[in-house]
Design a binder for this molecule. Structure first.
Ligand SMILES: Cc1cc2nc3c(=O)[nH]c(=O)nc-3n(C[C@H](O)[C@H](O)[C@H](O)COP(=O)(O)O)c2cc1C
Length: 341
């Protein structure tokens, strides 16, 4: 049997990558997912009790969490590097220093050019996964030498590019555009999403919001409960300068959209963002009035499982859903057509 390219690249059992989440994916979640055979990814701030603008401290906090993950599991894991733009890259540079010093197995690089850190990470023997949102961006990442690309479809929770390409359209475009393995995410909350992603040409899946609502996620209980209550069309896309964020619809998103649409001064928008950030929701528990990054798959989430059990359930359900899929495909496959006559 052929080995799945992502399992082979990352030395993991199941091609399920828990996507990095600011304030949410800390050592407990990462270790649970990696220990269960997927790839857990450490997100920024997860495990902190305050916000720091100190570059050195930002790096040292990541180092502590890398040690905490290693105390919990021997399995491979990833650390998120949010490249950023201009002056902000001073934080990611420090995180890259720590990731290299600590010989982290996998870097999950997002929000920025693949040219900034890929060479340095590769020279240190680190596997580089780079998040993209267009086929052209994927080609650039492949040319820069990354090991695999991660498609972030429009359904995704959190910050992403402005292009609006959905997981359904983006994944096959990227699979056609590059020869390296493709991981895809955005809106994947159950085994149906995993099967669909693989059918579209992905080698692995990238799952955020579903893992936010697990026992080991650092999200405040109020946030987890708000997502359980979410139904149907429950997210808003909100513009934030060079990026767009997808958030759970609440008083924060309504006010943000009102400010943007009424042409409010930039400073008023920044004040609103800073006063109602993910720190206020994920850490302090203001689920009604602060920003909660959240994907469109939120309304498919109905429980708060153990994260390792979730990995096992997803894998089991892929098999049962695949059997149902085969039955549906009978209408399209030639042998099904013949047997119907
Ligand atoms: C709460 C939350 C926080 C996030 N924070 C980050 C982050 O710090 N860095 C990053 O690269 N992506 C971040 N993302 C995006 C995810 O890594 C991933 O692209 C997304 O969750 C996939 O879509 P899904 O939520 O529909 O599964 C965040 C997403 C969520 C839901």
């Amino acid at each position: 049997m052929h080995v799945n390219r992502i399992c082979e690249l990352l030395n993991i059992r199941y091609p399920i990558v828990q996507a990095p989440m600011n304030w949410v994916s800390g050592p407990e979640l990462v270790a649970a997912v990696s220990g269960a055979g997927g790839l857990g990814t450490l997100g920024p701030n997860a495990g902190s009790s305050d916000i720091t603008h100190d570059v050195h401290l930002t790096g040292e906090r990541i180092r502590q969490r890398i040690h905490a993950i290693r105390a919990l599991t021997d399995a491979p894991f990833g650390v998120n590097i949010v490249v950023g733009f201009g002056e902000d890259t001073k934080y990611s540079k420090k995180v890259v220093d720590v990731v290299v010093e600590e010989k982290v197995p996998v870097a999950v690089v997002s929000v920025g050019s693949p040219r900034v850190y890929t060479d340095r990470l590769k020279q240190a023997g680190i596997i580089v996964l780079h998040a993209i949102s267009t086929a052209e961006h994927a080609r650039k990442a492949a040319r820069a030498g990354v090991d695999a690309v991660i498609c972030e479809g429009w359904e995704s929770g959190g910050h992403k590019g402005l292009t609006g390409l959905t997981t359904f359209a983006l994944t096959p475009m990227v699979a056609d555009a590059v020869d390296i393995p493709v991981i895809t995410g955005g809106g994947i909350a159950d085994a149906r999403g995993i099967l669909a992603a693989m059918a579209l040409g992905a080698d692995g899946v990238y799952v955020g919001t579903r893992f936010m609502v697990t026992r080991q996620s650092a999200s405040h209980e109020n946030v987890k409960r708000a997502i359980l209550e979410a139904q149907d069309a429950c997210t808003d896309s909100i513009p934030k300068g060079k990026m767009i964020a997808r958030d759970l619809s609440n008083a924060f998103t309504a006010k943000h959209l009102e400010l943007v649409e009424s042409g409010a001064e930039l400073q008023a928008i920044i004040n609103h963002l800073e006063g109602h950030s993910q720190y206020h929701s994920q850490l302090l528990g203001d689920a009604g009035g602060a920003e909660i990054c959240c994907g469109q798959g939120a309304s498919l989430i109905h429980d708060i499982p153990d994260a390792a059990e979730l990995v096992a359930t997803l894998v089991d359900e892929v098999a049962s859903r695949f059997a149902q899929l085969e039955m549906r495909l009978n209408g399209l496959l030639k042998h099904g057509h013949r047997s119907a006559h």
